[in-house]
Write a protein that binds this ligand. Sequence first.
Ligand code: HCA
Ligand code: CU
Length: 388
Amino acid sequence: MSLENYYIIDSTLREGEQFINADFTRDQKLRISHALDEFGVEYLELTSPLASPGCQEDIHAIVGEKLNARILTHIRCHQEDAKVALDTGVDGLDVVIGTSSQLRQFSHGRSIDEIIDLAAEVLTWIRSQAPNIELRFSTEDSFRSEEAELLRVYLAVDKLGVVNRLGTADTVGIATPTQVGRIVGTLRRLTKCDIEFHGHNDSGCAIANAFAALEAGATHIDTSVLGIGERNGITPLGGFVARMYTYDRATARCKYHLERLRKLEMMVAEMVNVDVPFNNYVTGFSAFTHKAGIHAKAILNAPETYEALNPTDFGLSRYISIAHRLTGWNAVKARAEQLSLNLTDDRIRALTQHIKVLADERALTLDDVDVLLRNWANGGNGHAIADL
Ligand code: HCA
Ligand code: CU
């Protein structure tokens, strides 16, 4: 298996705009577009021009920036929507229609045969109007759709010979990697189109599902910065990139400016008024911290022992915590060296035991340990908390 030819369709400005706290201004959309383009995502997906007059103008503005990323907009399977979308000058249209019984019953009310007829009419018309546009057809709620019906829709669309890409969407976040692999794998065998996966994260599988889709032959993955979207969102850009980096570091480093990730996330987090979670992929505050003495020792010898991601590739640095009772003398010694203090290994070992005893009694800070190190380097060896 070789997963070098994958493309990110970042949907922060479409799915992400559906996040409860997102109300992007034009200026914010332009800043996000530029930051994503500089990071290196291959596509930006923008909210439908039918959503509001402002959204329509936003698309014109972003198209006018002439970014490297290709610009897509996302529309319902309606000729009227397509007409307006084509006038915006985007590079591609992402057309979607629901195929699950839930969506057919409670959303658009069409049968599978009617969906096939409508898709044929709209997609053929788009192609006749725009021979060079990138055209994608996706089924909403693919993974709760009846598999035979779903395939009937995809194969009918594929047969039209007018779309570049078929999209699969785990709209309610219930699919498992095995299920995604099966549907995408079937499409891979039966069609020559590119295949896109869009996965929600309601049950925590969005990144794993995206990876399973690629393994099964998908070519395009939808993401958003910090995963923002409807409810608790979709595959997060940073987490997806971390996944691909651990699979093939060289390709991820070559495709994307990884060191720009943190700034991009901080910017979007501020715009939508959320904090970056402490355990966020790559950029969470504890992502490169090490605590237990055994870990610290190995990290000091060779960081890759306990780090699958190299923080410096992301413009970040690791932190070894020593002010606690799980600490080890190698880490304490490394700190003494950082402070240019002269202590023999025996003294460092004794001080480490002392730190453990103190830490059993109360929480310590790095400052506390630094004071102890300096005292001991000056000949002291107090055994009471009072020496802090
Ligand atoms: C939504 C639609 C969608 C569309 C995905 C796609 C989904 O519910 O807002 O176009 O492939 O999750 O099904 O985002
Ligand atoms: Cu979605």
